[in-house]
Each structure stands twice: as C-alpha cells, then as structure tokens.
Design a protein around this ligand. Structure first.
Ligand code: IPE
Ligand code: IPE
Ligand code: MG
Length: 251
C-alpha cells in the first residue's frame, strides 16, 4: 500500500506547522557551506508546500526565520533574506495556479524594505485564494508576538477601544499575529532537536508534536505523509477521558 493510501482523508490535520531545522548540518554533512544548505532547504519548502496543497491541508505554517536568527553571521542572514526574496518571486505563479494564499506572522517591521515590498505584492495578489493558506513565520518569536500583542492591547485600552476587563482568551488571541488562523493540530520539527525554539507558544497548547531525525533539506513528501499517519493514530483528549470523547462511526 502506498503511503498516501494509509491516510484517512477525513481526519487530516487542518493546520500543520513545521520547524524547518537542520540546513546547516545537512550542508556540513555534504561538505558544503551553510548557505548551500539553506538553498536546498528552499527546495524542500517547494515540495512540502505542493504536497500539503495536493493532500488538502488547509493551513501550513513554516518557521522560516526567528527573531533569534538575526544574530547569526551577517553573511548568512543576508543569504537567507535573498533566498526568501527569490522564493517569493519564483513561487507567485504557482501560488496563483494552486489557489494558495500567502500570509505571514512575525515582526514585519524588522524585515528589509525589499522583502516587505515582495511580501506585500504576493500577499495582495494571492489574497482571494482559498485553497490553502501558506503562513510564513518571519522574524517571528512566540514571546515577541505575545509582547507586541499586549502592547497594542494596552494602547487600545488607553484609547478606550476595548469594552471591558478582564481580558478573555478570545480578546487576547485577537491581538496575536495568528488571530485569523486556527491553532496547529500537528507540529513537525526536523533534525532531531526536541524543542520549540520560541515557536507558537500560545497556539501549541493542544498541538500534537512529531519529531524526526531527518534534516530539513532531506524532508520530502513521504516524510510528511508519515508524520500525518502518525498523527492520525493518536487520541486527542483535550483534558477529557477517553470515554467522554465523541465516538467516531466505524468506516
Ligand atoms: C534551519 O536550519 C534554518 C533556519 C534556522 C533559518 P539551521 O540553519 O538552523 O540548521 P542547523 O540547525 O544549523 O543544522
Ligand atoms: C528554529 O531553528 C528556527 C527556525 C527553524 C527558523 P534554530 O536552529 O534557530 O533553533 P535552535 O537555535 O536550534 O533552538
Ligand atoms: Mg537549527
């Protein structure tokens, strides 16, 4: 049986988030410079976006660049920005063809002007697409997102734009970058690291985690399918007992 056949199309994760890690180690393993690793990583992004879209995943969030990544060597940061710009330019047509809508989370004001210009263009041109939402986390960190949200909330409070205290979870999450997105059902991290690295701290409260040793440039369609198959074997209880969960009709 092919991998694809093992997937229950009715139980697909609605939102998959991926910490794409291991480009540097992939490069080292093949005796290349780190930047080649990032280049290969971009190719893996292409494959995984395609595969997710074909499977019918509704939201795909990719951790592409963290707030902490800014302090990497300037040459590496510049190369990553250049790759991002090229990616945006080369993928626009495919996004339009595949009905993919591009959105971002993270502190966009920290990104170079050129990137923001390309992002704006691609986001505008894909804004009516409804097939899949591709969400890029750029200059993103969970703590930074929460703090930016709280500061905007405080400003709104001072301007009396908020009706009443106390702040509810619904009001709070409307101030997060992910306000328009459901929480991730499945979070994948490649390269054998078992940590969140400041990714989606609030949103992963009940996310299922999947870790793999595979380095990001080697992560392909079948690896994604394997992660989904693994996810589908789990029971998500959300604090309840097994008996309390709605019974799924057989077949
Ligand atoms: C992930 O690969 C890409 C980014 C963080 C931008 P890394 O560059 O972190 O690769 P490793 O962890 O050094 O192998
Ligand atoms: C997490 O990877 C960030 C991205 C994948 C963009 P890192 O390589 O930056 O994480 P740490 O430093 O190993 O925790
Ligand atoms: Mg890393």
């Amino acid at each position: 049986m092919t991998m694809e056949k093992k997937i229950d199309k009715k139980k697909l994760p609605q939102h998959i988030a991926i910490i794409m890690d291991g480009n540097g180690r992939w490069a080292q393993k093949h005796a290349f410079g780190r930047i080649i690793g990032h280049q290969k990583g971009t190719e893996a992004v292409r494959d995984i976006v395609r595969a997710s879209c074909e499977l019918g995943i509704k939201y795909l969030t990719l951790y592409a660049f963290s707030v902490e990544n800014w302090i990497r060597p300037t040459q590496e940061v510049n190369a990553l920005m250049l790759l991002l710009e090229r990616y945006l330019r080369s993928e626009l047509n495919e996004m339009l063809e595949r009905d993919i809508r591009l959105v971002t989370i993270g502190n966009r004001s920290a990104l170079p002007e050129r990137i923001n210009k390309s992002l704006k263009e691609v986001m505008e041109k894909t804004s009516h697409n409804r097939g899949m939402v591709l969400n890029l986390a750029l200059s993103y960190s969970g703590r930074d997102e929460i703090l930016r949200g709280i500061n905007t909330l405080l400003t709104d409070m001072r301007l009396s734009k908020l009706p009443s205290e106390p702040i509810t979870a619904e009001v709070f999450l409307s101030y997060l970058d992910t306000a328009a997105l459901p929480d991730p059902d499945l979070l994948i991290r490649t390269s054998g690291e078992y940590r969140l690295s400041n990714f989606l701290l609030w949103q992963t409260a009940y996310t299922e985690f999947y870790f793999t040793e595979i380095l990001w440039p080697d992560f392909g369609r079948d690896d994604l399918l394997e992660a989904i198959i693994n996810y589908q074997q789990r029971e998500r209880r959300f604090g309840l007992t097994s008996d309390q969960l709605p019974k799924v009709a057989p077949g």
